[in-house]
Design a protein around this ligand. Sequence first.
Ligand SMILES: Nc1ncnc2c1ncn2[C@@H]1O[C@H](COP(=O)(O)OP(=O)(O)OP(=O)(O)O)[C@@H](O)[C@H]1O
Length: 244
Amino acid sequence: MIEVTGLKKRIGEVQALDGLSFKANNGQITGLLGPNGAGKTTALRTLFSMLKADEGHCLVDGIDVAKQPQLAKQSLGLFPDPFGLYDRLTPREYIAFFAELNGMNKAQAACATDAVLTQMQLQDIADRACKGFSQGQKMKTALAQAIVHKPTNIVLDEPSRGLDVMSTRVLRQTLSTLRDEGHCVLFSSHVMQEVAALCDQVIVMAKGKLIVQGSPDELCQLANKDNLEDAFIHLIGTDEGIAA
Ligand SMILES: Nc1ncnc2c1ncn2[C@@H]1O[C@H](COP(=O)(O)OP(=O)(O)OP(=O)(O)O)[C@@H](O)[C@H]1O
């Protein structure tokens, strides 16, 4: 479970986070939806202790990420934006490296890497350097890295960007399976159809703050609209900054 309370972060002149609070539960997919510049990436980076909050805190399974970052990270899998692959490493080397970073010994890491390569249907390219990979191949490798240590919580920043239909389906199926296995899945997105189709809960944020949290149906009812895109525009009060 992920709990964010009163998060504030100033970056230069910009108040990127301005008292953001929300909760993402286990066994649910939670979507973080907001216009460009709303603070989604800043929130996810703070959650992963890549940025230090000025105020507020993030709890991962009850562990404060600012106080115990290493322990919190063992319960967190991060799918970053951009994918963060190393061109010279193969998926097997890259995924095993992260498995070891998360406390596995070499033998455990090799075994877990094998399993996740199979799960993500990456066997064909498992031993090829990542340089030149397609968007779909990069996505699958980055997702395999995020889940290799079986974290309770998986955090994804814009995971579907640049994916074709088949890769999008693999991503959606993987996230749904993780949810059904009881994981907490939190992802940021601009794609309304994806959020409406996948998410149990949606966190709408703008200008570094929570606007509203609820299921896609609840948000439509609240805004008195029949689709999430219209509800979203109504709730944030502007269509400025929404990606096409
Ligand atoms: N390194 C930085 N330097 C300066 N400003 C930054 C930096 N990182 C974030 N910001 C600013 O903080 C605000 C929030 O940015 P953030 O990237 O978190 O938004 P976002 O919701 O992820 O946006 P997008 O959907 O466009 O990716 C923006 O105004 C952005 O310009």
